[in-house]
Design a protein around this ligand. Structure first.
Ligand SMILES: [Zn+2]
Length: 334
């Protein structure tokens, strides 16, 4: 069975009506205007797997393949990384060294204040969290809602968050939630893994799901960063080919739109549907990515000193998000 709090948030993808429990392993559309459902819905049903509602669009094939992948998966919590489960996409894109992780953590922790004072009864949406819910960002809220394509990721997220977690299997392109139900929404390094042409849709869905006075935080890439320019310069000076690390990263789709474009997507989302507007600003998340930090922090003996140098450079240049490799978008809905 699915708890009533989760059921109350869910939106039928066929008709945007509510969703009700049909039996132990099935949910059904309850239609519009009547969340208890008197059979006036569009007739769509949705499976429940391991207690997690699977609210996906499109064809039965898509739903079937998500469920099949789950049952056939060799994935087990902590199987290859101790207690920590690290998605392969992260390993491909991030500096996984101790200093590299500290650099990432310190910069992201600054954004905890975006959600400060949002109310301890509020709802926090962690969009595309996979197996790594951002516990620190949702801590001030009443419940931490996880939505992701991966059922195994959600089961791990639920294990990490315990009773605070409400988990739903769904797509960021057609969020299975009613309008304006969240007080805070986070999309941490997920939008740039979505097809370039569909990121606008995802941005609109995130802004739709947040309520008035609520805040949206998006961690995202910047295609014209200082790092990228330096890497290009270094290649020309040293006559090197693009480094091999790119081949590992290439297995995971990545496309970051320029700052003006993504900020526009989010601002347009706030203005959609006559639900008022909102403000969106872009702020430096971190100046450098692994192309700079991995070689610098990895230098024997003086890696720690170079870490401090990078931090100083970051403080000096942090006010210019156009230079940053990763940008944070902070939005507030009027
Ligand atoms: Zn329906």
């Amino acid at each position: 069975m699915v708890d009533t709090e989760t059921l109350g948030l869910l939106r039928c993808l066929g008709c945007s009506g509510g969703i009700a429990q049909q039996d132990e392993t099935t949910l059904r559309c309850a239609g519009r205007g009547d969340d208890h459902g008197d059979g006036d819905g569009c007739g769509k049903t949705y499976p429940v797997v391991e207690g997690i509602p699977v609210i996906l669009t499109d064809t039965e094939d898509e739903v079937g393949s998500v469920i099949r992948t789950f049952y056939e998966s060799e994935w087990k919590a902590g199987a290859d990384a101790g207690d920590r489960v690290v998605p392969r996409a992260r390993v491909a894109h991030e500096d996984m060294s101790g200093l590299g992780q500290r650099y990432i953590y310190k910069n992201e922790a600054r954004f905890g204040r975006v959600f400060e004072g949002m109310g301890s009864s509020g709802l926090f949406l962690d969009a595309g969290c996979g197996a790594q819910p951002r516990e620190e960002f949702g801590a001030g809220f009443g419940k931490h809602v996880c939505v992701d394509f991966s059922i195994e990721g959600l089961i791990e997220a639920r294990r990490v968050l315990g009773d605070r977690a409400l988990c739903v299997c769904g797509s960021l392109l057609d969020l299975p939630f009613k309008d304006g139900v969240f007080d805070g929404v986070l999309a941490s390094h997920v939008l740039y893994h979505i097809d370039a042409g569909q990121q606008f849709t995802a941005a609109r869905e995130l802004t739709r799901a947040v309520g008035r006075g609520g805040r949206v935080l998006v961690f995202y890439g910047n295609p014209v960063s200082l790092e990228r320019r330096l890497a290009g310069l270094a290649r020309r000076v040293l006559g090197k080919k693009r480094s091999d690390m790119r081949s590992a990263a290439r297995a995971f789709y990545f496309h970051a739109h320029p700052i003006g474009v993504m900020r526009g997507y989010l601002a347009d989302g706030f203005g959609a549907g006559g639900l008022g507007g909102g403000r969106v600003r872009a702020v430096t998340l971190r100046l450098f990515g692994r192309r700079i930090t991995a070689p610098l922090f990895g230098v024997p003996v003086i890696g720690g000193v170079l870490y401090l140098v990078v931090r100083v450079v970051e403080i000096a240049l942090g006010w210019m998000p156009g230079l940053a490799t990763y940008v944070a978008y902070v939005g507030e809905k009027d």
